[in-house]
Write a protein that binds this ligand. Sequence first.
Ligand SMILES: [Mn+2]
Length: 310
Amino acid sequence: MPLSLIDSARHIILIIHKDPDADSMGSACAFYSYLLRSQKKLTLFCASETLNPDLAFLPWFDKITNRFPEEGDCMISFDCGSNERFGIESSLPLINFDHHKSNVLYGLYNIVDVNAISTTQVVYDFFVANSIKINGKMALSLYAGLLDDSKCFSAFRCDVTTFATAQALLGFGADHALCVEWLYNRRSLASMRLRGTLFREMKILLDGQLAFFDVQLSHLEDSGATIPECKLILEEALRMYTVKAGLMKIDHPYGGAKLSLRTDGSIDASKIMAPFNGGGHINRAGAQLKNDERQSAVDEIILMIKKEFV
Ligand SMILES: [Mn+2]
């Protein structure tokens, strides 16, 4: 059982995925708070060299390290559809907490609920099922993931469970205003400048149903905006009346590119990203492209989306 693996471990490594979001980091930080009670050695690991500063309000943000420890007894991953999201390789026994439809169940224990709106919802359910007391820090961390993955409770997937969990977490001390302020209301000048540029250059394809953004290195360098800020712009494109899907290619400084697909749910983004070793959810998915496949992959994906719309 997952709890007996945790009980028997002396050193537990908590894994946040590369390019972390509030869901992965919030889940890991909540679990970190819980495990602090057990007097075990803990490592809060994320392979990314830099972390999105908009997540600095989460408890234990300063404890996150990109150095994977040489020794440990078990690992727990959060919000990782595959172990490629870790950015490291390790054969330690693993507990996999996730909600991605594309999760390949790579753990020794897989606590995966594809119907959950966030991984923090899965972690919350685990805490409740095991009568684990939720303190203020845990509640804030879990609420941040719930808020972010539900797009500030605007996603169609929000249901009675989402709001019941939100209510419970607020009761345990989560601070709604703080989460909204850090995750939604704050925008850098750089991102506003880039937003103008990207919307001006956006291509509208497939009879207005697909918005395509081609983000080049110069876009990021000239504006100073970050990749997470680009993704907010992509999500905004879905607000247009006719747009059912948004596709963004972001060129990577070390070659290759990142692809992000967002949909209104009428087509399955994770299915479209699957042939490119990507994954995600119905509404959003991503993949990493190698240098030589950048353009062909974009053309192919646009064709796949076209077929879905017919
Ligand atoms: Mn998530």
